[in-house]
Ligand binder design. Structure first.
Ligand code: NAD
Length: 370
């Protein structure tokens, strides 16, 4: 099997040790603009401290784009994203665009953006901060040492296969297709091994190979890549077992890689471990193009406009942007350490049982970036 190599993101301009990069901001709907604004404040501090130049270009995506342009993702926005070094997204959606019969919906814009950027892998790191162990519904002893990266295949599988709806004999029939080509599996499992190489060198490949043909292909390719990485531990796990182990023994996972729909479900399950949806970042990466970075939460219409959203998921997404798209590892770590410090020091927004407003939480993080 020929190996897929993942190149880095598109060229950014370096001058001595400083860097110039173009970042497209897609604040989106609901709390999206509030949290993206906070992440930009943090990026500005990083730029100022390191002498870097981040040029921002803001575009509409999702419901706000439907309202303004009649489309959840315009060609202009997609082109701007494709020509950037990285894209930082808030969230899309909300009750006012929820009509299931509508021609366009906010999520459609997001799916089209992922496809247009060819970001085939969604990474969600899940770590449990010791000070937040009590915020999780799991028992503290289950949570100690949890440090997982879930890698979800993002542009294939059940969500992108052919769909059909037909009526016959007085009945309705609906068909969804779960389809994978070998290279689609290979590139995402290869990425999981690359990530594991910087961690505990353990990859758990999750499938349903006892039932699904696509999973048998997935397992065959994962096995083949495992043979090429013989200093790694590769384990295969059925998705139902993985769902159970994520709550019974989450600390045993290092990098978990899986199909699009399985990953959609398992990533939400894994997010519960960290205590709040507002805490977790994500990165969607492809084969060298701009990465897409966004918190895992949605647009939270119930708290939009109140200034109470937790900005940490988006700020940590900005840290992933620095790490994966701009190769600024020390800067990414500076943000992650500052977030760790604010949690240790007891700073809490409402979702964590505290009273800090969105901007106050960011102020505390910025104070601790050194
Ligand atoms: P949600 O993540 O928006 O909210 C779930 C709960 O978590 C709410 O009570 C909300 O207040 C809280 N929450 C979420 N983020 C928070 C934050 N940063 N700080 C504090 N509390 C936070 O999920 P939902 O309510 O199911 O969906 C709302 C809308 O968001 C829907 O239209 C949905 O389609 C959309 N959505 C978008 C994305 C995305 O843009 N990637 C992801 C999920 C949901």
């Amino acid at each position: 099997m020929s190996r897929v190599t993942l190149s880095s993101c598109p060229p950014v301009t370096y001058l001595e040790n400083t860097l110039k990069a173009k970042i497209v901001l897609l604040p989106g709907d609901g709390i999206g603009p509030e949290v993206v604004n906070e992440a930009v404040r943090v990026l500005d501090v990083i730029a100022q401290q390191g002498g870097h130049t981040f040029e921002y270009e803001t575009h509409l995506l999702g419901g706000c784009s439907i309202d303004a342009h009649g489309s959840s993702l315009t060609d202009k926005t997609l082109k701007a994203c494709q020509q950037s070094n990285a894209v930082l997204l808030g969230a899309v959606g909300g009750p006012r665009w929820d009509d299931p019969k509508a021609k366009d919906r906010p999520e459609r814009g997001l799916l089209a953006l992922r496809k247009g950027l060819q970001v085939f892998a969604n990474l969600r790191p899940v770590k449990v901060h010791p000070a937040l162990i009590d915020a999780s519904p799991l028992k503290p002893e289950k949570l100690r040492g949890v440090d997982i990266i879930v890698v979800r295949e993002l542009t294939g599988g059940l969500y992108f296969g052919a769909k059909k709806r037909e009526s016959f004999g007085g009945h309705e029939r609906a068909i969804d297709t779960l389809e994978y080509q070998d290279y689609e599996v290979q590139r995402v499992v290869e990425l999981a091994f690359r990530l594991a190489a910087t961690r505990r060198k353990k990859v758990t490949s999750v499938d349903k190979a006892n039932v699904l043909e696509s999973s048998r292909l997935w397992r065959q390719i994962a096995t083949c890549l495992g043979e090429q990485h013989n200093d790694f531990t590769l384990e295969h796990m059925l998705v139902d077992t993985a769902a159970m182990r994520l709550v019974t023994n989450p600390a045993a996972f290092d990098v978990l890689v899986t199909e699009n729909m399985f990953g959609d479900i398992l990533t939400d399950e894994a997010s519960v471990l960290a205590g709040s949806m507002g805490m977790l970042p994500s990165a969607s990466l492809g084969n060298g193009g701009p990465g897409l970075y966004e918190p895992i939460h949605g647009s939270a219409p119930d708290i939009a406009g109140k200034g109470s959203a937790n900005p940490i998921g988006t700020i940590l997404s900005a840290a992933l942007l620095l790490r994966y798209s701009l190769k600024l590892e020390p800067e990414a770590q500076a943000i992650e350490k500052a977030v760790d410090a604010v949690i240790t020091d007891g700073c809490r927004t409402a979702d964590l049982g505290g009273s800090l407003k969105t901007t106050q939480m960011t102020d505390e993080i910025i104070k601790r970036i050194s």
